[in-house]
Design a protein around this ligand. Sequence first.
Ligand code: NAD
Length: 280
Amino acid sequence: MPSIALNNGVRIPQLGFGVWQVPDAEAAPAVATAIEAGYRSIDTAEIYENETGTGRAIAESGVDRDELFVTTKLWNSGTLDWSGEQGRDRVLRSFDESMARLGLEQLDLYLIHWPRPMRGTSYLNVWRAFEQLLADGRVRAIGVSNFRVPDLELLLKETSVVPALNQVELHPYFPQAELRALHAEHGIATEAWSPLGQGRDLLAEPALLKIAEKHGRSTAQVVLRWHLQSGVIAIPKSVTPARIRENLDVTGFELDAEDLAAIAAVETGKRIGPDPAEFD
Ligand code: NAD
C-alpha cells in the first residue's frame, strides 16, 4: 500500500479503515479483519464510541505498534465554553481519555473533529492545546477535520504548526477542488471521509459501472483507485469481510485519462454529509 509523507515527515498509509457507525462490540472483529487483510491505518473518533473495541483489536492483532497508524478525533464538546486554562485542560483530558480507551501510549494523528465557526474562533485555542500534545510527544502528528477555506486560513495566520492534514467529505460527486488547492499550497495532506459516497448512488453511477467493467473491478474499487491516483488519503468503511478485503485490493490496476475524465464528469457539487458552516 502506498503511503504519503505528512509535512513533518511522518508517513500515513494512503488507504485506511474507517469505523464510524460501527458499535463498540463490532469494532473489535471489524478492525481485526481489517488488520488481518493488510490495513495498517485505522480512523476512529471519541464520538464514535468504539475506541475501546478498536484498541482491543489493535492490542490483539500481533502487529507491531509502530507498523500501525491510529487516528482519533476530539469531539465538539471538548471545544465548548472555551475559557483559557480550563478549556485547554478539557482538551488534554479528552485526549487522555481517548488514549486510555484505545490502550495506547502514543497516538499517530489527533484531529479537531469540526471547526464550529458559528461559535467563533475557539478552535484556535484548541489547536494551541494540540500543539502542546505534539511538543510533548503524545502524538506524532496533528490535524483538522471539516475545516473550510476561511477556517484554515485563520488557523494558518494565528498559530504555529501547519496541520498535517484536513479530513473532509470527498468523493467523485464532491471533489473539493478549492480546498485541495489550498492544501497543496501549504503542504497539508487531504484525507477523504465517505470516500465511497457512503456506498449509495455513487456506486451505481452508469459512468462508474462502465469503467468498472472495463477493468474487471467493482465500482468501489474504481472510486478508491481514483482517490489514490488523486493523491488523496481515503478511509473507506465496511463491516463485511469480503468488502473490507475488496476495498484494499486497488493497487493492481490503473485508471487512464479517459476514465479520469469520465469520473470528473459525475461531479454534482453536492455534499452527502453536513455542511461544516452549520454543523455544531
Ligand atoms: P464510505 O464512503 O466509506 O461508505 C461506507 C459504506 O459503503 C458501507 O457502510 C457500505 O454500506 C458501503 N460499502 C463499503 N465498501 C463497499 C464495497 N466494496 N461495495 C459496496 N458497498 C460498499 O462512508 P463513511 O463510513 O461515511 O466514511 C468512511 C469513514 O470516514 C468513516 O467510517 C469515518 O472513519 C470517516 N468519517 C469521518 C467524518 C468526519 O466528520 N471527520 C464523517 C464521516 C465519516
